[in-house]
Design a protein around this ligand. Structure first.
Ligand SMILES: Cc1cc2nc3c(=O)[nH]c(=O)nc-3n(C[C@H](O)[C@H](O)[C@H](O)COP(=O)(O)OP(=O)(O)OC[C@H]3O[C@@H](n4cnc5c(N)ncnc54)[C@H](O)[C@@H]3O)c2cc1C
Length: 460
């Protein structure tokens, strides 16, 4: 494309990949004409494209690549892990419920962490406590093991839609936009970005979205001092001077280190923010940065002898986003399914943990199945989704949010995408029995639905 040429968005997409015209024409007309002066080329032609490298995307990429599919994982940030990496040491829950292996992929991630020794990971009853800088490299090691290709600093910004099928995504790179086409695509963006850009039906509870949180790391304090400090009291006393602080928070020890992380209620009392709205997102991120400083200063000034020397080491790359869009599938998982431990014939994963909404309510749930119909969009072909944006109600989405569960739905979606690409069929046309057999061969026990999980309740 020569310098200075003016292309409108439809022409750009048409030039970028045969048949790409038509993608997102609706947004182009809403925004007016876009001028694309530089177009990048991406040298990969994947069968399976996984978008988003959080827990779900890692599961999907490892699942697809380990089954032999030519797989490309793209991630908008500079590293993989998503919230697991941004939240600076909080537990990766439900990776080994009951302290038993959950699948070959969950174990691969653990093995790669363990290879770096005690500093990298400590294994709990069901959770992994990681140092996130080891985690980021362990995830690269796992991806390399399976032969998965990956690109970081690559953000999906649009979709290429042909008829009723998504055929590729448009990505933003430092060389300009590029089109990546694939036989099957897995949306693991957490926000259902790809599905949304492609015009699939999505759900979002504006007005009651769970809060976002900018996590922080602290040092120069001991476990004993942390145990003695009364954070609720500190928060109460400091609130007048530091109005952005939450009403209380807990300090958790970063695995095998002398530092602490704080995961807290974030924006809950600051207002309702939709992380997919640029203005609201900006306000929430900026307020959260101020909030973190105020929390630290509150502890130093109102925390007495115990916390007076506490030091802020750093904050997450961005806020952790708990909830935005979810894709509507042929089946929508519900709170009742989670509470009853519902089983489905087309089970492809199960979820354990606890049911929580906006830090207000905790209640028991049972291990419950995720049906294949909840990782497919209702109508669009060529696409699967995994993790935070699967087809579930507001409450049920929260129930399955633990990262081990997201790896599990990613695993199933990645494998399904690989099988569909190999059979040259749509993911919707797959025989679910064959997918289930492949998951079982990967060590997934698909018969856990309905089991009680007393030993895990309220532990994430
Ligand atoms: C503050 C907070 C605390 C939590 N605490 C815990 C806990 O203690 N234990 C636990 O197990 N779970 C916890 N959770 C839940 C858990 O972290 C999430 O449910 C889980 O990370 C969701 O995984 P995901 O892969 O679906 O999405 P995410 O982790 O959000 O990952 C999405 C990835 O996609 C990338 N991406 C997004 N859009 C694009 C795009 N357009 N193009 C390219 N890449 C893109 C992002 O950069 C990110 O890497 C917490 C969540 C939050 C927010």
């Amino acid at each position: 494309m020569s310098k200075g040429n003016t292309f409108n968005r439809r022409r750009f997409l048409g030039a970028a990949g045969a048949g790409a015209v038509g993608a997102m024409a609706h947004s182009a007309s809403a925004q007016g004409t876009l001028t694309i002066r530089k177009q990048a080329q991406i040298p990969y032609k994947p069968d399976v494209l996984v978008v988003g490298g959080g827990p779900a995307g890692i599961g999907a990429a490892l699942g697809a690549a380990s089954s032999g599919a030519n797989t490309l994982l793209i991630e908008h940030h500079a590293f993989f892990g998503g919230v697991a990496s941004w939240c600076l040491g909080m537990p990766i829950n439900q990776m080994r419920p009951g302290n038993k292996p959950r699948s070959k992929l969950h174990e691969l991630i653990l093995a790669k962490l363990r290879a770096y020794g005690d500093q990298a990971v400590r294994v709990g009853e069901h959770q992994l406590w990681c140092n996130v800088d080891y985690l980021k490299v362990a995830l690269l090691d796992a991806l390399d093991d399976t032969g998965c290709n990956y690109l970081i600093h690559t953000r999906a910004i649009d979709a290429v839609v042909e008829g009723d099928r998504i055929a590729g995504v448009v990505v933003a790179t430092k060389r300009g936009p590029a089109v990546i086409r694939a036989k099957a695509i897995v949306d693991c963006t957490g926000d259902a970005d790809v599905a949304y850009y492609a015009g699939a039906e999505t759900m979002k509870e504006v007005g009651s979205l769970s809060p976002m949180t900018l996590c922080l790391n602290l040092t120069n304090v001991t476990s004993q001092q942390v145990r003695k400090a009364n954070i609720r009291d500190i928060a109460r006393k400091a609130k007048k001077k530091y109005p952005l602080i939450p009403n209380g928070w807990g300090l958790g020890k970063v695995s095998n280190s002398s530092s602490f992380y704080i995961n807290h209620a974030g924006t809950r009392d600051l207002g309702q923010f939709d992380a997919t709205d640029p203005l609201q997102r900006t306000e929430a991120e900026c307020q959260s940065r101020r909030q973190v400083l105020q929390m630290t200063l509150a502890m130093r000034e109102f925390g007495g002898e115990e916390l007076k020397d506490i030091e802020l080491i750093g904050t997450g790359t961005q806020m952790g986003v708990r909830e935005t869009r979810r894709v509507k599938g042929p089946y929508v998982l519900t709170e009742e399914d989670a509470l009853a431990g519902r089983k489905f014939d087309d089970v492809i994963a199960w979820r354990s943990g606890f049911l929580d909404i906006g830090f207000v309510r905790l209640s028991k749930m049972k291990i419950h199945d995720v049906p294949y119909r909840a990782i497919l969009p209702a109508r669009l072909e060529g696409l699967l989704m995994a993790g935070r944006c699967i087809s579930a109600t507001h409450v049920a989405a929260s129930a399955g949010k633990s990262m081990g569960n997201c790896v599990a739905t990613g695993h199933a979606a990645g494998l399904a995408a690989a099988m569909a690409a190999k059979k040259r069929c749509q993911p919707r046309e797959l025989k679910v029995g064959q997918l289930q057999d492949t998951l079982r061969a990967d060590g997934v026990d698909l018969a856990r639905g309905g089991d009680s999980q007393d030993e895990l309740v309220n532990k994430g």
